[in-house]
Design a protein around this ligand. Structure first.
Ligand code: 8X3
Length: 246
């Protein structure tokens, strides 16, 4: 019996790397994202990946994905991201709204739609991609930190509420990851500003995070990883980053 894994935000970065890695682990992977053209390339390249257009901010889109599944053994709530580096006082309400809609309500929609199938599988795993920004706050990160803290609260609550069900609830909280698009989106397309985030650091990669996810979801059924915090060696804490030559 082939197990099915659903990955949101799978058209690039951590989502795409996770889709590839779970396919290599033998899962039938349903890769969802808004950018279907990119997903179709991924699916054409990697056997075991099915591309599905998915907008986690749309009830209809999430329902269509859920309705297309025979089963779901693993759900990776990865879709989301950061917008802007303004202070709380200087922030745009619209950015906060979009970050909450994608990271928090998007994960909520996917969770509500797919937990019944995770339960039915008899050994389901729900993975929530949070961030170290879900554990500590930092200047310029108010809206993103607020959204990630909300996801952390959601995943902690879910683990309590699902304790009697055959579903593991795992949180992956990465620190500095250099992944396609994340910092560029945050800096509104300013590639130089995005590059400065990683200056003099050997950051984690999307593949590193996919490796952590694959490890968590392939543990035996009784083994739950509550929260895995992963950072590059050079990032001892959110503000403590050792930059070579910096
Ligand atoms: C991304 C990590 O440090 O930019 O989730 O908040 S950080």
């Amino acid at each position: 019996m082939t197990k099915t894994a659903v990955v949101s935000g799978a058209s690039s970065g951590i989502g795409a790397a996770t889709a590839r890695r779970l396919a290599a682990e033998g899962f039938q992977v349903v890769a969802g994202a808004r950018r279907l053209d990119r997903l179709e390339k991924l699916a054409a390249e990697v056997p075991g990946i099915r591309a599905v257009e998915l907008d986690v901010t749309s009830d209809a889109s999430v329902a269509a994905l859920a309705g297309s599944l025979d089963r779901c053994d693993v759900l990776v709530n990865n879709a989301g991201g950061a917008l802007g580096m303004e202070t709380v006082v200087g922030a745009q309400l619209d950015d906060w709204q979009r970050m909450y809609d994608t990271n928090v309500l998007g994960s909520l929609r996917m969770t509500q739609a797919l937990v019944p199938k995770l339960v039915e599988s008899g050994d389901g795993v729900l993975v929530m991609l949070t961030s170290t920004a879900g554990l500590v706050s930092y200047e310029g990160g108010g809206g993103y930190c607020a959204a990630k803290h909300a996801q952390t609260a959601m995943v902690e609550t879910l683990r309590l509420e699902l304790v009697a069900e055959p579903v593991r609830v795992v949180e992956i909280a990465p620190g500095m990851v250099k992944s396609e698009g994340f910092a560029v989106t945050r800096f509104r397309g300013d590639a130089e500003a995005a590059e400065r985030v990683y200056a003099g650091v050997d950051p984690l990669t999307a593949d590193d995070v996919a490796d952590a996810i694959a490890w968590c979801v392939t543990r035996p059924s009784h083994f739950n990883v509550d929260r895995l915090v992963i950072r590059p060696r050079a990032q001892a804490a959110q503000h403590k980053v050792h930059r070579v030559g910096g």
